[in-house]
Design a protein around this ligand. Structure first.
Ligand code: MG
Ligand code: MG
Length: 256
């Protein structure tokens, strides 16, 4: 299997680090704004303001992924409850007990970062707290396995292993390379698909992003052509970091 992988050079990594730092600040600011009564459109517009006032671009705005019929209209993806990923901000009002995934990307001097967090709206149930914790831990398990010399499949296996069997791991969406484009090779499944994949070498930049559901792992695409929703309408959580592969432990570029 031949992979089309674009390793990042030292100069690009310096710029990417800054892109990732800026994204982390944006996500941190948005997370603080999440409360009952706030609309998803407000969060989206605030993201646009925070990113553009620094002279950067929201990486997802007007991005047209392969197969999509129109360009993505939001500045960040905002996905509530049974919405898994790629939700579009609008009039929806967040209410106590919701969980909301915010997935952002910043294009800074041509280098693209990608990171997501799931945030509680007011007080949430113990079960939803647990779902969020499990998903975040799965991301950290994946990062831990992303050591130089390992293979993509080692990350996938570590993510799957860390998630208790009662949860559904979304399989039709995956992590990916990032940096020059929003989505680059290699793709990083969140489960063991039996493919060893490419070797992890210094300069490889990945966005790891487990998506974990309370119920079934099956999802469907909503009529808006972007939002993925769980088939049984149970809640889903999503955490994502952009990481840099080194000779040893991976460096988390979007941490906060
Ligand atoms: Mg993302
Ligand atoms: Mg991503």
């Amino acid at each position: 299997m031949k992979y089309n992988i674009k390793l990042k050079n030292e100069k690009d990594i310096i710029v990417l680090r800054e892109s990732c730092k800026r994204l982390a600040v944006v996500l941190q600011t948005l997370a603080k704004e999440v409360k009952p009564g706030v609309t998803t459109g407000y969060l989206n517009d605030l993201a646009y303001k925070l990113i553009t006032e620094k002279g950067d671009k929201p990486a997802f705005l007007n991005y047209q992924p392969f197969g999509a019929s129109y360009a993505y209209p939001g500045s960040v993806c905002i996905s509530v409850n049974d919405e898994v990923v790629h939700g579009i901000g609008g009039d929806r009002v967040l209410k106590e007990g919701d969980i909301v995934g915010i997935d952002g990307g910043v294009t800074h001097k041509g280098m693209i970062s990608d990171s997501a967090v799931t945030v509680a709206v007011g007080k949430i149930s113990k079960e939803d707290e647990e779902l969020m914790r499990v998903t975040k831990e799965a991301l950290m398990a994946g990062i831990k396995a992303a050591k130089g010399g390992n293979y993509v499949n080692d990350i996938s296996k570590a993510i799957e292993k860390s998630i208790p069997k009662k949860y559904g791991i979304v399989k039709i969406l995956s992590g990916h390379g990032v940096g020059y484009k929003v989505h680059e090779e290699p793709y990083v499944p969140n489960f063991d698909d039996g493919v060893k994949g490419p070797k992890l070498v210094p300069g490889l930049v990945l966005a790891l992003e487990p998506m974990v559901n309370h119920g079934t792992d099956e999802v469907y695409l909503a009529d808006d052509g972007y939002t993925f929703i769980t088939k049984d309408h149970k809640k889903s959580a999503h955490f994502e970091h952009t990481i840099l592969i080194t000779e040893g432990e991976a460096e988390i570029l979007t941490s906060w």
